[in-house]
Design a protein around this ligand. Structure first.
Ligand code: ATR
Length: 273
């Protein structure tokens, strides 16, 4: 029996055990995936337990994605640039921190667009927190022209500075609404619209171009107010479920070298939303 898991606090609502379970079953891998609720002061102990109990890998979720780095032997380039670890991989005796959020998100975005690059695409990113950092990093790897809009402008500016070698600008939300017609892609990484505040919307889409893709990282609810408003106008949309599935599938790839079936994983998570 191969062993994988998740550490976070709280973890009781996580859908990760279900999607990982569906993936291993489809791959024919005999494995267990256990969610561990670990308060911050027990993090060091949790890592020790992983080492001695034969766990090959762990996912890491809120609130441990940054703090966990202190307990790892190496942190990979993606996790370093994103500033957070969501996947721990045991390589021999060493624990390596990785982050699959950026690649997971880009896989879903490029799949929805049926494109292999974002060169010449104007992308609006709403929000400037941890999720935004992963998305902006992913977008820079695909040469997008990026504009970050955030309620607190100086946080957008701080995020843009981390990627100053790329094409990144910042604006207020009000300014982004005025400029909306120029964007090919609008991505909400903020928590606006997340359960239970499901009627909130991070930006008014009135001036959006008809063919622009609207993407929301939130998957609870599956269709946020932003996604509903975009769909109503006939814009193409991308919900947060795809990223959730792809980041998990990429963790499985790090741990096993196997390519998990995204469709089966998505079907499983939709059952539980
Ligand atoms: P995550 O790691 O999920 O990105 P985070 O780091 O707490 O979470 O970031 C949350 C993002 O949602 C931030 O961009 C935040 O804006 P501020 O930087 O101004 O705080 C944004 N956000 C949260 N609640 C918001 C609200 N009610 N209106 C606008 N933006 C909001």
């Amino acid at each position: 029996m191969r062993k994988f898991g998740l550490i976070g606090h709280p973890v009781s609502h996580s859908k990760s055990p279900q999607i990982h379970g569906a993936a291993y079953q489809d791959l024919g891998v005999t494995a267990e995936y256990v969610a561990f609720d670990i308060p911050e002061d027990n993090l060091a102990k949790a890592i020790e337990i992983m080492k001695v109990n034969g766990f090959e890998g762990l996912n890491v979720t809120i609130p441990h994605k940054v703090k966990i780095m202190e307990y790892l032997d190496t942190v990979g380039e993606d996790a370093t640039l994103i500033g957070a670890v969501n996947t721990i991989v045991k390589e021999g005796d060493r624990l390596v921190g990785r982050n699959t959020d950026a690649d997971g998100y880009m896989e879903s975005l490029l799949g929805a667009l049926r494109q292999s690059t974002l060169a010449n695409s104007n992308v609006l990113v709403i929000g400037a927190g941890g999720a935004a950092r992963a998305v902006v990093y992913g977008l820079t790897k695909h040469d997008a022209n990026i504009t970050i809009a955030n309620r607190t402008l100086h946080k957008a500016e701080q995020l843009a500075m981390l990627f100053s070698s790329a094409n990144v600008e910042t604006v207020t939300i009000a300014e982004a609404e005025k400029q909306l017609a120029k964007f090919d892609i609008v991505i909400n990484t903020s928590s606006v619209g997340m359960y239970p505040d499901v009627t909130n919307q991070p930006i008014d889409v009135t001036f959006l171009a008809m063919e622009a893709l609207v993407s929301d990282l939130i998957y609870n609810p599956l269709e946020t107010q932003l996604i509903k408003a975009a769909k109503q106008r006939g814009n193409p949309v991308l919900t947060g479920v795809e990223m959730f599935v792809n980041q998990a599938a990429l963790s499985i790839f790090h741990w096993t070298g196997l390519t998990a079936n995204r469709e089966k994983m998505k079907a499983e998570v939709l059952k539980h939303l």
